[in-house]
Design a protein around this ligand. Structure first.
Ligand SMILES: Nc1ncnc2c1ncn2[C@@H]1O[C@H](COP(=O)(O)OP(=O)(O)O)[C@@H](O)[C@H]1O
Ligand SMILES: [Mg+2]
Length: 481
């Protein structure tokens, strides 16, 4: 990824590039690589209205095959780790106890989790659909984890399509660049996630039940979600219903035996594509819905415990010495995971706070939030830390500090709204993982495809939906790192 999509070679003059862009954007329209267009106010609520191609990179980004293998190997280990950590309710509560004091959102999640602990709620069928994100650090030439998403990991649907788009462009224009489409790895993320949802539905074993996707009232990334529903229906015969949290509150109830019924339908699996940000809970109704679902016997993807395992605070706690050893036995697996951990610190470490104030450019300051646009970089790190220190109390506990990773920038062609810009860009590799367990039996534990996101190197943040990055795929090279 750092290693060099070297921009367009001279053979690809502006006409050739222009033609490729038109081919590519037409391909997007024909194959459903689309998102809602911000310019159309109905595009987030009415399917099929106001579509625009998803932003994408014209060619895949180069990645050494060794990094690819390393990242793929980590997926099942992280899946297992999430499951193990989720079972240690006290670890989650204790690790997040200070955060709870200062962060209302985390506090509400912990309240639900505590309630489930009090009633000894057991989740026999546990489904995780995760995405572990990495950057290739140019200072150390190592693959370092940015974060592990355990809720609403986005773009399994569209990400698969970008790999297909790139293969098709390379088949057509590859001789201009000496590229071979076989070096874009197969990416079946949307089929694999659908398969995992279907297997969870099977384990639940109620033929008339549906999968319920929890969605935001307005969602411009809805086609990514519809791709999963399509695979569920066409490959597995399973119906998906879409509900917002407030609809679940209005239309849902739990029967005495634990069955979740929403709008008259039995729900076997609740798949969250909302509920990860405080904005998704504008009133008490949404919290009531979250609690109702958690209390039910439906499979939750994620359960409240899986959700909490994905918080940045837990990421930082797991990086402390001897913590991984509490959850995993295999020493090689522990070493593999540890190798991809960047520096992570809590803010009660005074030395680190001092270093971050002195050299803020080497750190990222992160609150307990998901979805992009929340982190603090550069001089703002210094300012924020100084202000929080002055305020005193526990305000610092709402954040963690992370080593800033510096991927190598290379030229890329980013296409947004039909317009192509060449820019120095950096990339972030996401590896999807699917995990399904029923009591003692691991039904599924696999790497489930990938997502590359590329953004101009001057932008700190990375979200595609948030408008910072474009969707991308990868091109494997033999380069050693
Ligand atoms: N340690 C880091 N070094 C460099 N960039 C980072 C680092 N952590 C996060 N980022 C950038 O910020 C973006 C958002 O951070 P992330 O931890 O993934 O939070 P979110 O939950 O909002 O996605 C990432 O996609 C990445 O581009
Ligand atoms: Mg992220």
């Amino acid at each position: 990824m750092s290693a060099a999509a070297e921009g367009m070679p001279p053979a690809a003059g502006p006409e050739a590039v222009g033609e490729m862009v038109r081919e590519a954007t037409a391909w997007c329209a024909l194959h459903g690589l689309v998102v809602g267009d911000r310019a159309d106010p109905r595009s987030g609520t009415v399917p099929g209205v106001g579509l625009v191609h998803a932003p994408f990179s014209l060619l895949p980004t180069h990645l050494p095959v060794s990094c690819w293998r390393q990242a793929c190997e980590l997926a099942p280990i992280f899946n297992e780790l999430v499951d193990r950590v989720s079972l240690d309710g006290d670890f989650l509560q204790d690790s997040l106890s200070k955060t709870k004091q200062v962060d209302d959102f985390t506090s509400r999640l912990l309240d639900i989790h505590r309630k489930m602990m009090e009633i000894n709620k057991e989740e026999n069928i546990r489904l995780g659909l995760h995405r572990s994100d990495y950057m290739l650090d140019s200072e150390t030439d190592s693959l370092l984890q940015i974060e592990l998403n355990t809720i609403s990991a986005s773009f399994p649907g569209l990400g698969s399509l970008v790999s297909e788009l790139h293969r098709s462009l390379i088949d057509r224009y590859g001789n201009l660049f000496c590229l071979d489409s076989k070096k874009v790895p197969e990416n079946a993320a949307s089929c694999r996630f659908a398969k995992a949802l279907a297997r969870a539905w099977d384990e639940f074993n109620v033929d008339s039940a549906v999968v319920m996707m929890i969605v935001q009232p307005e969602e411009r990334n809805m086609y990514d979600q519809y791709w999963l529903a399509k695979h569920l229906k066409e490959s597995h015969g399973i119906t998906t219903i879409r509900k917002t949290l407030s609809e679940v509150e209005a239309e849902g109830h739990v029967l005495p035996d634990g069955t979740l019924v929403v709008d008259g339908r039995t729900v076997s699996v609740v798949y969250f594509r909302a509920g990860y940000t405080p904005n998704d809970y504008p009133s008490e109704a949404e919290w009531t819905a979250r609690l109702l679902m958690e209390q039910s016997s439906a499979v939750k993807c994620p359960s409240i415990s899986y959700h909490l395992v994905g918080t940045k605070k837990i990421q930082q706690e797991l990086a402390k010495p001897n913590v991984l050893e509490r959850f995993l036995e295999n020493k090689e697996e522990i070493a593999k995971i540890r190798k991809c951990f960047a520096g992570l610190w809590s803010l009660d470490d005074e030395e680190i706070v001092k270093s971050a104030i002195q050299k803020p450019e080497l750190f990222v300051l992160k609150p307990q939030r998901e979805g992009g646009g929340n982190n603090i970089y550069g001089l703002d790190v210094r300012e924020t830390l100084a202000r929080l220190q002055k305020e005193g109390g526990d305000a610092l506990a709402a954040y963690i500090l992370m080593q800033r990773i510096f991927p190598k920038a290379s030229l890329a062609n980013l296409v947004r709204g039909g317009v192509c810009h060449e820019a120095l860009a950096i990339s972030e590799l996401g590896i999807y993982g699917a995990y399904l367990r029923n009591k003692g039996k691991v039904v599924m534990n696999e790497q489930s495809g990938y997502l590359m996101r590329t953004k101009v190197s001057s932008s700190d943040e990375g979200g595609v939906a948030a408008g910072f990055a474009v969707l991308d795929s990868l091109y494997l090279t033999d380069k050693l790192i």
